[in-house]
Design a protein around this ligand. Structure first.
Ligand code: HMG
Ligand code: MG
Length: 298
């Protein structure tokens, strides 16, 4: 049977916005995070503390964190690739830091400019400092179901990185389908293999909807015991590797699925749908959530 409750982590303010070509005003980012926390999310990925040369859109992480109204019961997470990012995240008051690696060497080089082994060496002091500061540590594994440069990614490569992130003491590890190419059986196989080295209840599914497989992959993940999923309001976030493709799976669609299965999330779907419409208007984009559009048209 399905679990009685699932944690949905909202990643729109980070993964959804990071590739927007036009600078999104800091006030809009702050309002987005606040609307989402008011909708009941227990965990929001609010921003990144990365090099502004690599991702200019996330350069205002400190201001975003300073501007939001902290809701008790919501954890605010941010990406921190190195000690410089960690120090900024700590000063900004994030609750959870995310160290982000990849299961493919080529993607690791292009995304964080180092090999997988070098990335783990770089993450080690970050994880240790975070633990000493009492922050949660999440590890994210890109290209766990396929790589835009390398193509197929062996399950063993994913398990290897899971193991390394576990050694660093990660509280939670994300299996990320960066380019949305995975299909259901593959998803089951990757989670089953990962769960042999890290507890299933602390693994999460981060799906992009590039090929329209995200909801099917979430259902497949639920089948094998995954209880944490990432999603982005209004399906924000294009895929830089597939022009015009949709971004992260839309939060509204995921909530509609989960609630329909009788799974509690603690999140107000109607409030998320209104937020999805609002942010789509702010960005001048069509609302990428099918459930969101349908709910608002009722
Ligand atoms: P590098 O160029 O090798 O780093 O980049 P560096 O240490 O040589 O530093 C270069 C410059 O950046 C220096 O500035 C540093 O100070 C500065 P300069 O001296 O030239 O003026 N710098 C920083 N500034 C602010 N904050 C920092 C920071 N670090 C260095 N933390 C680095 C290496 C990792 C920094 C770079 O490649 C980077 O920032 N990459 C981030 C890429 C990124 O954010 N990608 C998107 C997020 S991952 C993702 O979306 C996948 C995910 O959603 C899961 C999935 O779907 O797969 C999570
Ligand atoms: Mg992503």
């Amino acid at each position: 049977g399905y679990p009685s409750a699932v944690k949905v982590i909202e990643v729109g303010p980070r993964d959804g916005l990071q590739n927007e070509a036009q600078p999104v005003p800091t006030e809009v980012k702050i309002a987005l995070v606040d609307r989402l926390s008011a909708a009941g999310f227990a965990n929001i990925e609010a921003t990144s503390f990365v090099s502004p040369k690599w991702v200019p859109q996330m350069a205002d992480g400190t201001d975003v964190m300073a501007g939001i109204a902290r809701r008790p019961g919501t954890l605010y997470s941010a990406l921190t690739p190195n000690m410089k990012g960690f120090e900024a995240a700590l000063a900004a008051g994030v609750d959870e830091i995310v160290i982000f690696g990849a299961a493919s060497e080529a993607f690791s080089q292009r995304n964080i400019n180092c090999s997988i082994a070098e990335s783990i060496d770089r993450f080690a002091p970050v994880a240790e400092a975070a633990q000493q500061a009492g922050l949660r540590v999440r590890g994210s594994i890109s290209c766990a179901l396929g790589c835009p440069y390398q193509g197929a990614v062996p399950v063993a490569s994913v398990v290897d990185v899971v193991q390394r992130l576990q050694t660093l003491g990660c509280d939670e590890i994300d299996i990320a389908d960066t380019i949305g190419v995975g299909t259901a059986e593959q998803v089951r196989a990757v989670f089953d293999a990962a769960a042999r080295v890290f507890p299933m209840e602390r693994l999460s599914g981060h799906f992009h909807d590039t090929y329209g497989q995200a909801l099917a992959n979430i259902l497949a993940s639920l089948d094998v015991g995954v209880t944490i999923f990432h999603a982005s309001v209004a399906g924000l976030g294009g895929c830089p590797y597939a022009k015009g493709a949709p971004g992260n799976v839309a939060t509204e669609d995921v909530l509609y699925l989960l609630h329909g299965l009788g799974i509690a999330t603690g999140i107000d779907l109607d409030a998320v749908a209104r937020t999805g419409d609002w942010i789509s208007q702010q960005l001048g984009r069509a609302n990428g959530s099918r459930a969101g559009r349908a709910l608002l048209a009722r």
